[in-house]
Ligand binder design. Structure first.
Ligand code: NAD
Ligand code: UDP
Length: 327
């Protein structure tokens, strides 16, 4: 069409080509990066968050965009919006945050997922769940493939998170089988980067903040336990690729960086990169802390053409720069 006669028509046309995407937990660490990416790609974004662990600073720069809308709400209560896709990220993610109010953590994963699945069912739209490597618990299969059912304590201090996320996966698959809903499940492994909360107790944020403030770095246990750390931009890229993957692909699919290292190795790296004089000290290991964790990402490579692109030094450098500015 060459000429647009009515203002209203122009508005409707641009709306048609612009997808409207709901991001729950959009004011958190990962959610804020996802909102940013979706806006940059020309989508309209509705971010829902109750600021339980997220905050306004993470999204204040997005509020300038007319295509960004924020709704302050707990997803445990039903939500009525009209959108084309849902990314369900709402849930506290660090052990100290999810253990602070464990009942609310389970509610967010279970009631919250039911509400978001109900919304997706009414609108007949795709919904993606931010699941976690914690569904594998303390894994006895290494590295972890999606076919592994896990080794999870159902009654321990981590269970509110692990079992909540496992139940959410069950709900997603039952909505898929029972209601033909299009679902996508990402099993996210440890991710780091700018906008991590400085007091979330996670190992990357703790070690960087401790190094920058000249405090000792607190390795838990003997520090020989391993994790595999993925930079946030890579992770977000994996989530978007999963959402856009072929209709018949539901996952679950591991999204993480297979580069595995011990906690002591990470501490040494952070000390070296910050030029800190801090030392490593050893504190008790939290209960049920997994000994090892590394994703097998063959499925993500095959189905999504995805693999991480950021090396640890580059990712840590950007994260250190961020923490230097905010603490
Ligand atoms: P985060 O704590 O920074 O973000 C979670 C966001 O959800 C916060 O903004 C919080 O306020 C919001 N929220 C929590 N409960 C809510 C509720 N009931 N209603 C509405 N909003 C609510 O955590 P993150 O690291 O950004 O994690 C995002 C998602 O990814 C989580 O679902 C988490 O389980 C998953 N995940 C993250 C990692 C990681 O390494 N960061 C690893 C595995 C899985
Ligand atoms: N950890 C540590 N020191 C810290 C914080 C964490 O040694 O100050 C350890 C923790 O015990 C675990 C690993 O680092 O073995 C990763 O912890 P995090 O809380 O970041 O993630 P998760 O345990 O959920 O993988």
């Amino acid at each position: 069409m060459d000429t647009i006669i009515f203002e209203g028509v122009e508005h409707l046309m641009s709306r048609k080509s612009r997808k409207s995407v709901l991001v729950t937990g959009g004011a958190g660490f990962l959610g804020s990066h996802l909102c940013e990416r979706l806006l940059n790609e020309g989508n309209e974004v509705i971010c829902v968050d109750n600021f339980y662990t997220g905050n306004k600073e993470n999204i204040v720069h997005l509020m300038e965009s007319p295509y960004f809308e924020f709704i302050r709400q707990d997803i445990c209560f039903p939500l009525y919006v009209e959108v084309d896709e849902i990314y369900n990220l709402a849930c506290p993610a660090s052990p100290i945050h999810y253990q602070f109010d464990p009942v609310q953590t389970t509610k967010t994963s279970v009631h919250g997922s039911i509400n978001m699945l109900g919304l997706a069912k009414r609108l007949k739209i795709k919904i993606l769940q931010a699941s976690t490597s914690e569904v594998y618990g303390s894994p006895v299969v290494h590295p972890q493939t999606e076919s592994y059912w896990g080794n999870v304590n159902p009654i321990g201090p981590r269970s509110c998170y692990d079992e909540g996320k496992r139940c959410a996966e069950t709900l997603f698959f039952d909505y898929n089988r029972q209601h033909n809903l299009q679902i996508k499940i990402a099993r996210i492994f440890n991710t780091y980067g700018p906008r991590m909360h400085p007091q979330d107790g996670r190992v990357v944020s703790n070690f960087i903040v401790q190094s920058l403030q000249g405090q000792d770095l607190t390795a838990y246990g003997d520090g020989a336990q391993t994790r595999s750390f993925c930079y946030v931009d890579d992770l977000i890229d994996g989530l978007v690729k999963l959402m856009n993957s072929s209709d018949d692909f539901t996952g679950p699919v591991n999204i993480g960086n297979p580069l595995e290292m011990s906690i002591v190795e990470l501490a040494e790296k952070v000390i070296q990169m910050t030029g800190s004089k801090s030392k490593i000290i050893y504190n008790p290991l939290p209960k049920d802390d997994p000994q090892q964790r590394r994703p097998d990402i063959s499925l993500a490579k095959e189905k999504l053409g995805w693999q991480p692109a950021t090396d640890l030094d580059t990712g840590l450098r950007k994260t250190i720069e961020y923490f230097k500015k905010i603490i």
